[in-house]
Design a protein around this ligand. Structure first.
Ligand SMILES: *Cc1c(COP(=O)(O)O)cnc(C)c1O
Length: 384
């Protein structure tokens, strides 16, 4: 179809002009190293915070599950795609998060676009932190509920919205990242949980970057104070090194998800090796608190070296501003042997293009210091 290709080419050309066209460029990954353009670079752009995706014990668990159960699930879990490993994984997740039950989805993205529409619809209100992950906004939109975004981490703004609008709606949900994926800061979950209780709203925290990193590995709801978070979702694709999304909640909510969340019903179950890998990863996260503390410790070495606000998670942003400056800074770091993928709109708001540094347990301290030195002299120095 000529018009179809013309449409695609036109879109791509516009993105190219705005320096927003994106393509995968890394060709291989080995531990903390990534290969690009034939060069081996030390990567600070991987969410494998505990380096578990290539951990021998976890690979072994996956291989054994593949031999025993096969590589694919064959159908949705409600049809024939279920297998005993799922029960074990869900029981472990519930235990780690201190909830009655848990439910595993195909991915974190699928979890949020399933959970939110299963709980809210037309006539309901969804409040979301403006910097929440794209899949929270997608889930909120898909639900058909009225969506209001409150200013980033601004509990007073969220309260003002509830005071103004809550009475006009039947149910209300507050959704936020627990650890913000592009900023690395934590949501004020304790205050948000109090606010939610006051206005009879349900609080959902997306712990994609919290599990295995903050709160002793249990995640953002355990990172500070006493947050009552009845909907703790997250992913097994980051610190757990595997794949799949989850929700930890009460037995009633989980039973509802299993029968109403559309990505749970209409998408094939996770491959058994992936489920086995996630179980092995949670095992390690529960057993090795010292190792779990490493990504945050490494991130803090970096923020201390640069006099930046102390890292709250494994993610540290250095905001550069415009897209071209972020691309140039990333290229400079690449020349120094570091892979730091620049993050630009629409992933982050216009004018806040940045370098996003993700620290993992196995990054050598000497290399973190060298990285900090280069960033100090050639990225921050230039801004001053
Ligand atoms: C990565 C991420 C997701 C998506 O998880 P996947 O399992 O990769 O689909 C959801 N929420 C947040 C905050 C994330 O960073």
């Amino acid at each position: 179809m000529r018009s179809l290709d013309e449409f695609a080419r036109g879109k791509l050309a516009a993105l190219e002009r705005a320096k927003l066209r994106r393509t995968p460029t890394v060709t291989a990954r080995e531990g903390i190293y990534a290969e690009r353009g034939g060069r081996r670079l030390l990567s600070f752009s991987c969410n494998d915070y505990l380096n578990l995706s290539q951990h021998p014990a976890i690979i072994k668990a996956a291989v054994e599950a593949a031999k025993r159960y096969g590589v694919g699930a064959g159908a949705s879990r409600l049809v024939t795609g279920n297998h005993p490993l799922y029960d074990e994984l869900e029981a472990r997740l519930a235990r780690l998060k201190g909830t009655e039950a848990a439910c595993v989805f195909g991915s974190g993205y699928l979890a949020n676009i399933g959970i939110i529409p299963a709980l809210a619809g037309p006539g309901d209100l969804v409040l979301a932190d403006e910097l929440s992950h794209a899949c929270i906004h997608a889930g909120a939109k898909l639900s058909g509920a009225t969506v209001q975004r409150y200013r980033h981490r601004d509990v007073a703004d969220a309260q003002a919205l509830l005071a103004k609008h809550r009475a006009g709606y039947s149910r209300a949900l507050i959704a936020t990242d627990g650890v913000f994926s592009m900023d690395g800061d934590l949501a004020p979950l304790e205050e948000l949980s109090q606010l939610a209780q006051r206005y009879d709203a349900w609080l959902l925290a997306d712990d994609a970057h919290g599990l295995g990193v903050v709160g002793g590995g249990r995640g953002s709801s355990f990172a500070s104070g006493r947050a009552e978070v009845p909907l703790q979702m997250g992913t097994l694709s980051k610190a757990a090194g595997a794949y799949g999304g989850y929700l930890c909640a009460s037995r009633a909510v989980i039973d509802l998800m299993r029968t109403r969340a559309r990505p749970f019903i209409y998408s094939t179950g996770l491959p058994p090796p992936v489920v086995a890998a996630a179980i092995a990863a949670l095992d390690l996260i529960e057993r090795e608190p010292d190792y779990v503390a490493e990504p945050l410790r490494k991130a803090r070495l970096f923020t201390r070296a640069l006099n930046l606000p102390e890292a709250q998670s494994a993610i540290v942003p250095v905001i550069v501003g415009d897209t071209e400056a972020a691309l140039a800074a990333a290229q400079m770091l690449e020349d120094e042997g570091f892979l730091v993928v620049p993050i630009r709109p629409p992933t982050v708001p216009a004018g806040t293009a940045r370098l996003r540094f993700a620290f993992t347990a196995q990054h050598p301290e000497a290399e973190i210091e060298r990285l900090a030195g280069v960033v100090r002299s050639r990225v921050l120095g230039r801004q001053a």
